[in-house]
Design a protein around this ligand. Structure first.
Ligand code: NIG
Ligand code: FE
Length: 413
């Protein structure tokens, strides 16, 4: 379908060239006021200000007066393929148990793994599909999905096959990440190095052989997998051509960032607990820091120190971490709000972090992340709002009227 949006109050994130934004560069959000945007064959064909609006008599025209158009959000870190929920652990936490205590009692990731192992692939697809449809309607137009709630070869592959089927059905960019090293399965109790070897020798080769992963991930954290395990797993992934995206510094700073940077990880994600040396280490590296502020909200953790990261002239991306344990929510609008409210980012910085930089954090920057000629027409049209800053300001609300994936409307098809 070809579409011409006209009279757009503000066309946001218009870039003729791709660039991962760092430090002060993130303050600038290029826009065109009173704009038009032409979508042809599912891609962004052209745009400009209304003085140059083309006639295009045969094309469907959409009046976007008083409304803003942005590229869709890019969510570079989720675990949205999972089975069941963990609201009883949520109540346990309200009643005083910590996330770590719940995990020690067999709750947490291992609890989700048990549920997932007992869920059929069809049922897992249905549950996950609902979440994907929900986030698309909230403006997400590209998403990374991790395994890690299987913890057996078969269950991990089941998760990744579901992610692959979602991509085939919904036609938005989806990247799949193998996270066998998410928690120690009970079968390997007190035998962590055996499990790491099992991942490297048994699970990973099968995942790769079936072309089920783009990246490898490790939960590098006290009580989960240490820096040595992480390095071994990153290297094992590299042998098969998989780059790494690593969970680090959620509860403790234990050297995971240093290991990830040294081994050229694509991204380091979480970063609630950051020492100066962690920030120093990210300088002059190609590893992208990714903050997950709704995890901080849900678990009452510190927020990633965005200002320190940006003051160090580093890039920053934002993602949801959508998962049943630490973030049962995939709303990128809330992420952008939390970045402004809790991490002291400006709306411009937060929108850059949730679009173009996030696209780099999952290597889809050629397809999405900005209004650029030739990119996919994955865009969102807001309701009537006074300015783009109204989006994060009006936290907890969603002012998106329509989301287009490859030019096709998703809310009112
Ligand atoms: O990214 N931190 C590790 N993994 C997930 C949460 C796991 C869970 O509690 O289910 C996260 O927060
Ligand atoms: Fe995560």
């Amino acid at each position: 379908m070809n579409l011409l949006f006209y009279g757009i109050k503000t066309l946001v994130q218009v870039r003729s060239e791709n660039k991962l934004l760092k430090g002060k560069e993130m303050k600038h959000l290029p826009c065109i006021d009173n704009a038009w945007l032409y979508i042809k064959d599912g891609k962004i064909e052209d745009y400009g200000d209304m003085s140059s609006c083309p006639k295009l008599p045969t094309v469907q025209k959409i009046n976007a007066e008083n409304r803003v158009i942005l590229p869709t959000w890019v969510d570079s870190h989720t675990h949205l393929v999972y089975a069941g929920n963990r609201e009883s652990e949520f109540v346990d936490r309200i009643n005083g148990l910590s996330y770590a205590e719940i995990a020690e009692r067999g709750g947490g990731i291992v609890n989700s793994a048990k549920k997932l192992q007992n869920t059929s692939e069809e049922e897992l697809f249905e549950q996950s599909e609902k979440r994907l449809v929900e986030i698309i309607k909230m403006g997400t137009g590209a998403v990374e999905i991790k395994s890690g709630y299987g913890l057996t070869t078969e269950a991990e592959m089941k998760m990744l096959r579901v992610a692959k089927k979602l991509e085939e059905k919904y036609h938005l960019p989806i990247k799949k990440t193998f996270l066998g090293a998410h928690a120690l399965p009970p079968k390997f109790k007190n035998k962590k190095s055996d499990y790491v070897q099992h991942i490297i020798q048994k699970m990973l080769p099968q995942v790769v052989e079936n072309e089920l992963a783009d990246y490898i991930d490790v939960f590098c954290e006290k009580g989960y997998f240490d820096v040595e395990d992480t390095i071994q797993l990153i290297k094992a992934g590299k042998k098969y051509g998989l780059k790494s995206k690593i969970h680090v510094n959620q509860f403790y700073s234990i050297g995971g960032i240093q290991a990830a940077v040294e081994h050229n990880a694509l991204s380091v994600d979480h970063l609630e607990v950051m020492k100066n040396e962690d920030i120093e280490c990210l300088k002059n590296s190609s590893t992208i820091p990714v903050a997950l502020p709704s995890c901080s909200l849900f678990l009452s953790l510190d927020y990633t120190p965005a200002r320190n990261i940006l003051d160090a002239d580093l890039p920053l991306a934002l993602a949801t971490d959508y998962n049943p344990g630490s973030t049962p929510n995939g709303n990128m609008n809330l992420i952008v709000s939390l970045a402004c409210i809790k991490m002291n980012m400006t709306p411009e910085e937060a929108i850059n972090a949730a679009t173009i930089n996030a696209a780099y954090a999952m290597e889809v920057e050629e397809q999405v992340g900005s209004i650029t000629k030739g990119k996919l027409a994955n865009i969102m049209l807001t309701e009537e709002i006074p300015s783009y800053s109204f989006l994060p300001y009006s936290f907890g609300n969603n002012h998106i009227e329509e989301v287009y994936i490859k030019g096709k409307p998703q809310i009112n098809p």
